[in-house]
Design a protein around this ligand. Sequence first.
Ligand code: FE2
Length: 435
Amino acid sequence: MACCHHYALAEGGDAVFSVDISAITFGPGCLAEIGDHARNLGLKRIALFTDSRLAALEHFDIVRRSLAQAGVDVAVYQDVKVEPTDASFAEATRFAAEGRFDGYVSLGGGSVIDTAKAANLYSTYPAELAAYVNAPLGEGRAVPGPLKPHIACPTTSGTGAECTGISIFDWVARGVKTGIVSRRLRPTLALIDPTTTYTLPASVVAASGFDVLSHALESYTALPHTCRARPERPSQRPMSQGANPWSDFGCEKALQLTGAYLERAVRDAADREARDGMMWAATLAGIAFGNAGVHLPHGMAYAVAGGVREFRAPGYPQDEPMVPHGMSVIVNSPAVFRFTADACPDRHLDAARWLGAETGGAASADAGEIVAQRLIELMRRADIPNGVGGVGYGESDIDTLTAGAWAQQRLVRNAPKPVEATHLSELFRAAMRYW
Ligand SMILES: [Fe+2]
């Protein structure tokens, strides 16, 4: 059962935890340093991954110029698909294999960074797509050795992909969204320049900001690592190892920053303190969830994003229906944290307080409601749709949504209490509408 006080060792549990992080360079203007960083890594010929929208922006020119000045030969790949698929990964891998590059640079959101990770992997150690994809959907084979250097430059304050060894894609042939998870996928250097977010539309700052918030809140409330079964071999200890004292630090600060800055960053593009603060929150939350793992809101989000019918979000490409990642996550979160609060109420109250809620004198039994109400308040202020119903679903979709979320066992098992498929159905029902 739930064992949240808090790192007491459960029978058969894992007393040990690991910390893996990318090297990080953070600050306004640091994109222009990329040429020197690439040269320092010994790179002479790199593939620069981006998407067609970003390729037209100033940040792309800054990166290209800096690499050229450092004498690095650059081949540009700008066909990255927002929400990558098996087909778009294969296309990017072909480009990587044919180009014989000695390293990679990605400039973009999570889709771009994840595509560069996959292209680096499959061009270095060629295999069928299924080989390295999470079991049981894929074979879950270990990545055989180190990959080529990868400098990841995020342009949204959201996914944290620049700090994680996770690559997510829509496996269209199998009808599921899933991923590849390996420490080997983690970028060599995260080059994080908050000025890239200054021109983002409010809706993108909102969706990516709620992704950050949920990374921190899920990692902080995940099953403690001491309650997860000890691996047979230490090298098999998962990156999603559960809550641990290292990740707790990042979660606390990321939640405080999000509580202070998310709404301001959405409302006013000129509020640079807020946009810089959200970028730092995204970095801290990325490091935290890269070492702890997220749980139910993200597990449910795969189903919400994967089954989209007509929904289109302002500020995003309109050619295909799409629920932006952070939006597909946060519409589940108030229902989930009402459900998980009894497993570790103190942690839910901590998180609510860091997000700006009044928790003085609150009883443990109130923890779930207090955190849910604060989330709902922030969602409304940032014009997030009203629950799973607000992005186009109804009661008749609950069985399909449940099946899609239940398939994400890596995430379901990282929740702080045991979860059955029937719980997921109840959670989707509770998440349909909040106000
Ligand atoms: Fe996320």
